[in-house]
Design a protein around this ligand. Structure first.
Ligand code: NAD
Length: 457
């Protein structure tokens, strides 16, 4: 029997537990049960489906500390962040519950005498939902609940980096007593994920790297099923000369170093007007050096460890490549002393060149590359100089310029100054290699449906 071993990246990779990897026959059986349950679930209608899912809110609240501590142990996220994440995840869950009928109810499109045309939102069918580890509870809620509300039974695979959190989620979901087959989980790495999407499913819902997303899009193409792909990012933040650096340093810190820099939507490249370049770097350096890096189980810790040794090694190789090509380390650039595990100091790099991996690739760790610009057009070119298009930030007092630049940047979300797109009513998704389709808001619900038009004359 093959097993997934869960280790603690912040405690020298000590073993925490293990989970049996799903066999091909188990995967097939779960997909079969999901397909058999499709009609029952569809016929319940959106109101009843939403009602049956709603107790998950209280169950999550009740188990919040247990879930948060397990996440901290499995992925190295500071406990205070893990708890905040679950509170935030619940705002999304609440929005789904409160808005499902509004956005998935029928819509009249045309009425003329005895003629009535309407649109109804029907389920697509069984969804294979596959997610990463960086927001273990949020990734589950976002990848599963809107699907279930829309009427799609889900066979879910969590990341191999947090299998015990996956097990706890399964236990919590069991308490809902949903009809058999509506929600089930399979366990394993990419091999299991690939076996799952190759079964008789109707929809691939994937969050993860662009590399795997592209692979899944090929499979979806062959099977001719829909794929919704939420992928990687390399968001730029553009800081114009009129921005108030004192006011934005905290936000920039948070946008880059939350979750040890392992956030799809994080600011990964800072594009700063030359007149405020030195000031921006100086203030960020001071703030970063005041932060506590260490044991994520300690409530005073700001930055824990990376998720795994492989992530640490990837980050080290990206920074080494930059230094070899002439980058300057302003702060960090190495592992902290005396901490055993996947730790890396928060880092600022300048003297960045376009051929460096930290500029071209997604950097999933606490490393920020900073470049300067002179003209607005140069800033736009630098911001768009990436294969990714998940999001961007713009800092300027000039509203007209902010809107002009927003329309030039190729990305799914743009935050201007204190703006923060993270609300459940807003759509989220990427341009270019950052994905296909949108989650959240009414757009997220409707992505998960067949849209049927009925014209009665
Ligand atoms: P990953 O692509 O390696 O893995 C994601 C999931 O896919 C895991 O469950 C994994 O087991 C599975 N998987 C891997 N290979 C597979 C295959 N061939 N077939 C089917 N499933 C397979 O990503 P990761 O390292 O776990 O997560 C980090 C990445 O996720 C980053 O690129 C990050 O930007 C991205 N991400 C995107 C969003 C978003 O909403 N856009 C959110 C969070 C993370």
């Amino acid at each position: 029997m093959n097993k997934l071993i869960s280790t603690n990246p912040a405690k020298d990779y000590q073993k925490i537990g293990e989970v049996v990897i799903s066999s091909l026959s188990e995967i097939k059986e779960k997909v079969k049960l999901a397909n058999q349950s499709k009609k029952i679930w569809k016929d319940l209608g959106v109101k009843e489906r939403t009602k049956r899912l709603s107790p998950l809110y209280q169950l999550t609240e009740k188990k919040k500390n247990e879930i948060a501590m397990l996440i901290t142990k499995e992925i190295g996220k500071p406990i205070k962040e893990a708890i905040d994440d679950i509170d935030w995840d619940l705002t999304y869950f609440k929005w789904y519950l409160e808005n499902s009928e509004k956005y998935l109810g029928e819509e009249i499109t045309h009425r003329n005498g005895a003629t009535l045309h309407k649109v109804i939102y029907e389920p697509i069918g069984t969804a294979a939902s596959i997610v990463p580890w960086n927001f273990p509870y949020g990734n589950f809620l976002w990848g599963v609940i809107p699907n279930l509300i829309a009427g799609n039974p889900v066979v879910f695979k969590h990341s191999e980096e947090c299998p015990l959190t996956g097990k706890l989620i399964e236990k919590i979901m069991d308490e809902l007593n949903l009809p058999k087959g509506i929600f089930s989980e399979v366990y394993g790495d990419g091999k299991v994920g690939e076996q799952l999407v190759n079964q008789d499913i109707n929809l691939i819902w994937f969050t993860g790297s662009s590399k795997v997303g592209k692979r899944l899009y090929e499979i979806a193409g062959r099977k001719f099923v829909k794929a919704i792909l939420e992928l990687g990012g390399s968001n730029p933040a553009v800081i114009f000369g009129d921005a108030n650096i004192n006011e934005i340093t905290n936000k920039l810190y948070y946008k880059r170093f939350l979750n040890c820099g392992q956030v799809c939507d994080a600011v990964k490249r800072l594009v700063v007007h030359e007149s405020v370049f030195d000031e921006t770097v100086r203030q960020l350096k001071r703030l970063i050096e005041s932060k506590k890096v260490g044991d994520p189980e300690n409530t005073k810790t700001d930055i824990g460890s990376l998720v795994a040794k492989r992530q640490l090694e990837l980050l080290e190789s990206q920074v080494k490549d930059a230094i070899d090509k002439g980058a300057k380390v302003v702060t960090g650039g190495k592992k902290p002393e005396g901490l055993k595990g996947a730790y890396y100091l928060p880092t600022i790099l300048t003297n960045i060149k376009k051929n460096m991996r930290v500029w071209k690739e997604e950097v999933f760790g606490p490393v920020l590359s900073v470049v300067s610009f002179n003209t607005e057009q140069e800033a736009i070119n630098l911001a768009n100089d990436t294969n990714y298009g998940l999001g961007a930030e713009i800092y300027t007092k000039d509203q007209k310029r902010a809107l002009r630049v927003s329309s030039e940047i190729e990305a799914g979300t743009i935050n201007v100054n204190k703006g923060n797109h993270w609300l459940p009513c807003n759509p989220f998704g990427g341009y270019k290699d950052s994905g296909i389709g949108r989650e959240h808001g009414r757009w997220g619900f409707q992505e998960l449906c067949q849209i049927k038009n009925i014209a009665v004359g």
